[in-house]
Design a protein around this ligand. Structure first.
Ligand SMILES: NC(=O)c1ccc[n+]([C@@H]2O[C@H](COP(=O)([O-])OP(=O)(O)OC[C@H]3O[C@@H](n4cnc5c(N)ncnc54)[C@H](O)[C@@H]3O)[C@@H](O)[C@H]2O)c1
Length: 388
């Protein structure tokens, strides 16, 4: 987002998606959106802390200068990159910055970065004085369509990922599509896995758009992005955010409907754990979705062609479809220990059809093993989209 400038008259009007609930907020999607920040921050804010990793320093500077020009007392704090940021030590560093700058209940945080930065900054906002406002400026595709929307915040501990956190909806989210220009190819493709997930659980038009433009999408950053591809990316972000907004608007705290967003994640999380988090999240979710589709097919719920559609779409994007055949027992015990499973009962989100998600509770172990056999491969998958 280094070319972020306020109010560009030539840019198309931004799209706005409203997230309803106790504390409704807007997700604004477009280009050159800085002028939107004050209205998202809302009335009464005097001090703002801009939190960012080194990779987004230039963008954070632009945001910082703009906030100062708009009359705020603005501060910047650089945090470590990616998961290194999601620690109690980094949260304590930010609490220190807020304390020394006398941040009160009516002040705010602005996060500029990927999902790791929005999770950390959101968590610090949730905990400072029991909750101050936060506006997220997500700069990865994954953060735009997933991490920054929905109010889940958190940090990791030595025992696992996202074990400490809070539900703290932002005051607003600013998705400046220009920031995606500098995103690496496979980070972009991994983000597309969550977009495709959203298509399968709720919006078939997303799948059609990805099918029609898969070649251009998988070449992100390799070739120059055409205006047509940019328009597709804008529509994919809008549609994905709209689905997430609808789901979390109804179920902020994962008591029911929100579970559908975990499509592909039960096995996906187990793959991530087995790979000691050296796989991209989207790559693991891709394998997890093919597994969930096979499980649904074997349970008599899903037609063969929808299962094949998973393989075609994800495969064309360059995402992995298989995982090591010798790892089943390890994956199974990881799934049993997952914080989202209830007791010993494994739960999967599966599909009856495109956009018709349902749950499969405690499936027969032979069914699970048979579904895994359908996705297991001896050969290691290509490293491109997979490894961090
Ligand atoms: N809260 C939620 O609901 C939720 C949902 C999904 C994921 N998450 C969390 O999100 C995190 C993953 O998010 P992510 O994939 O955005 O990873 P990330 O924040 O680690 O960013 C990935 C890498 O991209 C770099 N980067 C960010 N924006 C860039 C840009 N515009 N150009 C170039 N490089 C850029 C970052 O510096 C980092 O090195 C995980 O910690 C995960 O737990 C949270």
């Amino acid at each position: 987002m280094t070319d972020t400038t306020p109010a560009d008259a030539s840019a198309p009007a931004p799209a706005r998606v409203r997230v309803s609930g106790d504390q409704p907020y807007d997700v604004v999607i477009g280009r050159h959106l800085l002028g939107e920040l004050p209205s998202l921050l809302g009335d009464g804010v005097r001090r703002v802390l801009v939190v960012h990793p080194a990779a987004l320093a230039a963008t954070a500077d632009v945001v910082h200068e703009d906030l100062k020009a708009s009359g705020y007392e603005a501060f910047v704090a650089e945090v470590p990159d990616a998961e290194e940021a999601k620690t109690a030590q980094v949260a304590a560093f930010l609490w220190g910055v807020l304390g020394q700058a006398d941040f009160t209940r009516s002040d705010a945080i602005v996060t500029v970065g990927g999902g790791a930065t929005t999770d950390l900054g959101g968590f610090v906002a949730a905990t400072w004085l029991r909750g101050i406002r936060v506006v997220h400026v997500p700069t990865t595709l994954l953060a735009m369509v997933d991490a920054a929307v929905g109010g889940k915040t958190g940090i990791n501990t030595a025992e696992g990922k996202n074990l400490v956190g809070s539900f703290h909806p932002p005051a607003g989210v600013l998705c400046d599509l220009a920031s995606l220009e500098s995103l690496g190819r496979w980070d972009f493709v991994a983000g597309l896995a969550e977009v495709v997930k959203t298509g399968f659980i709720a919006d078939e038009r997303i799948l059609e758009l990805v099918e029609e433009h898969a070649e251009a999408l998988r070449e992100w950053g390799v070739r120059e992005t055409t205006p047509e591809t940019w328009a597709v990316v804008a529509e994919l972000v809008e549609r994905s955010v709209a689905v997430k907004a609808r789901v979390v608007g109804e179920d902020l705290k994962e008591s029911g409907l929100r579970e559908i967003l975990n499509y592909g994640h039960t096995l996906g999380h187990a793959v991530e754990l087995t790979e000691r988090y050296q796989w991209r999240h989207g790559a693991a979710v891709s394998v997890g979705m093919v597994f969930a589709a096979e499980l649904a097919r074997l349970a008599g719920k899903l037609d063969d062609d929808v299962v094949e559609r998973h393989r075609t779409i994800l495969g064309t994007l360059g995402l992995p479809l298989t995982y090591r055949g010798d790892r089943w027992e390890q994956l199974l015990s990881a799934m049993r220990r997952d914080k989202k499973s209830r007791g010993d009962l494994l739960r999967f989100v599966v599909l009856d059809d495109v956009a018709r998600p349902t749950r499969l509770e405690g499936p027969d172990p032979t069914l699970l093993a048979a579904a895994y056999a359908e996705i297991s491969a001896d050969a290691p998958v290509g490293r491109g989209p997979v490894a961090l």
